[in-house]
Design a protein around this ligand. Sequence first.
Ligand code: G3P
Length: 218
Amino acid sequence: MRTYIDSAEVENVREAYELGLVDGVTTNPSLVAGTDREYRDIIDELTEFVDGPISVEVIATDYEEMLEEAREYDTWGDNIAVKLPMTRDGMKALRTLTAEGVQTNITLIFSVNQALIAAKNGATMVSPFIGRLDDNGHDGVGLIEDIREVYDNYDFETDILAASLRHPYHVQEVAKAGADIATLPPSVADKMFDHPRTDSGLEAFLDDWGDRESPALK
Ligand code: G3P
């Protein structure tokens, strides 16, 4: 499974990159607003070291302005994926951008039917928000399973990008469900490394070894 980092904080992405977790990056208006930086400056810094897709989300909600923004973002790098909302205007813009060969990520997906429509219109990726579904008492991972089944039934090439992940258990469950990509909030990515038995096991090894000299240094 490919892992992206869901953040507009460049240093968070850089730290995860050094740990082998950055196959791409997703951003959204809320994440960018939280940095108090210009969107373009953030993306320019990310494209310096991230080779995989970097999702840049349109702000416009109508077709013409979405296209204007998307075509501008597409010039910000060779690996830009334009993020469009799962709306009627978003789908019309998706059809036009697909014909122009622009990479796309359809966001705010909450149902199989929405994922089906996006795939039929050529989306490069779809982003089901599983955490927000769980937050409302629904089965977020189950949505990934259902989209996987439908995409496999009809050989859709659209990637399922599991988003809105709340904890490491979500990561393993969407991997088991067949997501192509998981986009990780930095806090979730960090927690994936740790287990108390790893720490105690290492401590026990070192205690047993004691103050013997390292075999490599003899
Ligand atoms: O960036 C898309 C998605 O991962 C946002 O998730 O629910 O934590 O705002 P959320």
